[in-house]
Design a protein around this ligand. Structure first.
Ligand SMILES: Cc1cc2nc3c(=O)[nH]c(=O)nc-3n(C[C@H](O)[C@H](O)[C@H](O)COP(=O)(O)OP(=O)(O)OC[C@H]3O[C@@H](n4cnc5c(N)ncnc54)[C@H](O)[C@@H]3O)c2cc1C
Length: 458
């Protein structure tokens, strides 16, 4: 006999945590559970930390477990809707901003390690970019840092447990079935639970789970786009003018050859490049610590080329995965790293050349040739973007700049919702990155609070 809940939340990232928090505030005594595929936050350890090499864990501790994909993130909190998702389009900017501010208030309550720094938008840098055909996306950003973000999440999760939310680690939801008056959730560990209402908060890593749900329940999906590209690493000083003033430069560029949209984002000042395991596929990412003692001499950011497929092809995630898999094949199970100078000269980077590089890699990746992996169109877009960025931050296109391949962001499943409460079918809601709407902490958290309000009828 399985335990029955009023609301079961699948996924313990910021979306799921904020939804649970608000449900308890709205409806004291409500019976809720968060079921999470990965580990408890305290027990999430990436073994790659010891030697910087991914060892292919079954559930990647970087991306899954309580506190979700954001647990070890840089904790950049966007105080607006200009990027990080399309919640503003869905709810209207005023409502979305109100909910983002509410997430910020909750985080402030549980951030016990000092007030994070807020970086304000900057007109001068915006103009400099515009004069060079680049569009600087501008918004105030609060920077928690990996360490502060972790502690805040730890405090929030503890509070949720005290409020009465059951927190179940290693509960990987396999299937949802309709029962007479609610739902039965089946888990890969053989357990089941019952719930009147469900909030799916499975993030990017749960894309297949959402796809299966939509198929089983006849929910229509729209083909979405993917972003594919590389993580770029160079000396921190090259982007200092930007990072000192706005912390995170997010810049759009329309490439010359293909007129595609390429974007620079996920900037990490003094950061580290990291590898993450997405169901056995190793991709690059990055983060940085707020603690000055843990800063490196480097900065890193993603340059990704956006691709939206049209009929008849509708498997953008699989497309991106197969490119990353190819990089892993050539990289002997790891991401590849190549010097920009080698890429431009049409030769692979080898250990010798990497050993002489002035930019010391912060991730142990396989020295190789990303031009053997990335399709011509994507590679051309990335090279053109690097040269365009070099005009506002000279040195970006240096020979010693490192490119790690591949990095991709999938947003392929974008379900068609029943209504503006983000309901997929009766009493099953979806929030966060997994909904295809959000791409960051603030909007995912905001969507969690919004849906909790919808459930409570507030
Ligand atoms: C390295 C890194 C750095 C980042 N840095 C930033 C940043 O600085 N600022 C920012 O705004 N955003 C950042 N992001 C993005 C941000 O972390 C996400 O947008 C955010 O975490 C999304 O929240 P979510 O709750 O929707 O999903 P997630 O945080 O992905 O949480 C979903 C959870 O669901 C679990 N899950 C998936 N499927 C199942 C299932 N079937 N059953 C049970 N559990 C399941 C997963 O294990 C995961 O823990 C970063 C992401 C990464 C990976």
């Amino acid at each position: 006999m399985s335990v029955k809940y009023d609301v079961a939340i699948i996924g313990g990232g910021i979306g799921g945590l904020m939804a649970a928090y608000r449900l308890h505030k709205n409806i004291p005594g409500i019976k809720t559970v968060i079921t999470e595929r990965g580990n408890t936050l305290e027990n999430r350890h990436c073994p790659a930390g010891k030697n910087n090499t991914c060892v292919h864990c079954k559930h990647c501790s970087i991306t899954s477990g309580f506190a979700g994909a954001g647990a070890f993130s840089d904790g950049k909190f966007n105080l607006g809707t200009a990027y990080g998702g399309t919640l503003g389009e869905e709810l209207g900017d005023d409502t979305a901003n109100r909910y983002i501010n509410e997430v910020d208030e909750v985080l402030k309550t549980y951030c016990t390690s000092g007030e994070p720094k807020v970086y304000m938008s900057n007109e001068e840098l915006k103009l400099k970019c515009l004069q060079n055909n680049l569009r600087l996306l501008d918004m105030n950003v609060k920077h928690l840092g990996t360490d502060k973000n972790y502690l805040t999440m730890q405090n929030l999760i503890k509070a949720l447990g005290e409020m009465g939310t059951d927190l179940l680690a290693f509960y990987d939801c396999d299937k949802i079935e309709k029962t007479g008056d609610g739902y039965l959730l089946r888990y890969k560990n053989g357990e089941t639970i019952e719930a009147d209402k469900i909030i799916i908060a499975t993030g990017r890593g749960g894309a297949n789970f959402v796809a299966d749900f939509c198929r089983d329940f006849g929910v229509k999906t729209r083909s979405n786009y993917v972003d594919i590209g590389v993580r770029v690493e160079m000396k921190d000083i090259i982007w200092k003018e930007f990072s000192d003033r706005i912390y995170e430069p997010k810049i759009l560029y329309k490439t010359k050859t293909f007129e595609d949209r390429c974007r620079m984002f996920c900037f990490n000042k003094g950061g580290l490049v990291s590898a993450e395991n997405n169901h056995g596929i190793i991709t690059a990412n990055g983060h940085s610590f707020a603690d000055p003692d843990r800063k490196t001499e480097n900065c890193n950011f993603a340059i990704l080329s956006s691709i939206r497929f049209t009929e008849p092809f509708n498997q953008p995630t699989e497309y991106a995965e197969s490119i990353s898999r190819l990089a892993n094949m050539i990289g002997k199970g790891n991401v590849l790293v190549q010097r920009f100078g080698d890429l431009i000269r049409g030769r692979r980077t080898n250990e010798h050349r990497l050993g002489q590089n002035t930019v010391i890699p912060t991730l142990k990746a396989t020295a190789g040739d990303i031009s053997l992996v990335l399709p011509h169109r994507i590679l051309t877009n990335i090279i053109e973007t690097i040269y365009a960025l070099d005009r506002v931050a000279p040195g970006t296109a240096n020979d010693d700049t490192l490119l790690y391949g591949c990095e991709s962001k999938y947003y392929s499943i974008r379900p068609v919702f029943l209504n503006d409460k983000f309901e997929l079918v009766d009493n099953v809601y979806i929030i966060g990155d997994g909904s295809g709407i959000c791409r960051g902490l603030s909007q995912s958290g905001a969507m969690g609070i919004y849906v909790a309000d919808c459930i409570a009828g507030v």
